[in-house]
Design a protein around this ligand. Structure first.
Ligand code: SF4
Ligand code: FES
Length: 253
């Protein structure tokens, strides 16, 4: 095995100078062991510029392989690692330790409103069912065009914000209406309906609006703005919901 050069040894020493001791307080749940969840503390040496996801990896790989959480891309694209960190919905891969008060224990728990399966993993089926229910795909009639479907830059702009959704569920699981009644479609489904209702090429806007006119639809929104605050993509979720409500009243979109 090659011997590390002095430069590398010094670089490793300099890096460890930046390490701080961090306590991650994780709400653990394993239905095979107990019907109740319990908090468990883990002490770690971390660079403050690392992310909460790095801390979770460190625990899983070095301290406790049973810790269960979802993640895939690790770069804010796949939406799989939304969790409650210090009481607020965030993506673990986009949350730097230095930004969330590492001098106190950092709490990490599963998002609310969806059944916890194990530790930080929730059952996403109801969330994705609501998404499927609003028909999140382009609907057109007539013959397939021989050229691309034209859309002006202005028309594209109308739904630009809602194309950014990564289906992380941070918005829906931060919504008090959803906590109280899991039947509510929830902000993410409405955002994805908005993306097609306001697409000038789509022909199923009326159908989607009728779906959201349901008792569990858009009218359940109480405009608390939790969803907008929670969205890691910066989508103006509450505004999108308001635009769908307005379209339902005016039937103009
Ligand atoms: S609207 Fe934002 S918070 Fe909600 S699912 Fe999409 S990306 Fe996540
Ligand atoms: S792991 Fe993909 S968004 Fe965080």
């Amino acid at each position: 095995m090659a011997t590390p050069t002095m430069d590398k040894v010094e670089a490793a020493g300099a890096a460890s100078d930046h390490l701080i001791t961090v306590t991650l307080r994780i709400r653990r749940f394993n239905p095979e062991v107990s019907a109740d969840s319990t908090w468990q503390d883990f002490q770690l040496e971390m660079d403050p510029k690392e992310r909460v996801l790095d801390a979770l990896h460190k625990i899983k790989w070095e301290l406790d392989g049973t810790l269960t959480f979802r993640r895939s891309c690790a770069h804010g694209i796949c939406g799989s690692d939304a969790m409650r960190i210090n009481g607020r919905n965030r993506l673990a891969c986009k949350t730097l330790i230095k930004d969330i008060g590492p001098e106190k224990p950092i709490t990490v728990e599963a998002i609310k409103g969806l059944t916890v399966l194990k530790d930080l993993v929730v059952d996403m089926d109801p969330f994705f069912q609501a998404f499927r229910d609003v028909m999140p795909f382009l609907v057109t009639t007539g013959n397939e065009p021989t050229r691309e479907r034209y859309q002006s830059a202005e028309d594209r702009e109308r739904f630009d914000d809602t194309t950014k959704c990564i289906l992380c569920a941070a918005c829906t699981s931060s919504c008090p209406v959803f906590w109280n009644d899991g039947q509510y479609f929830g902000p993410a489904a409405i955002v994805n309906a908005h993306r097609f209702i306001f697409d000038s090429r789509d022909e199923a806007g009326e159908q989607r609006l009728e779906i959201l006119n349901d008792r569990d639809g858009v009218w359940r929104c109480r405009t608390t703005f939790n969803c907008t605050d929670a969205c890691p993509r910066g989508i103006e979720v509450t505004k999108a919901i308001q635009e769908v409500k307005r379209a339902l009243i005016t039937r103009r979109y």
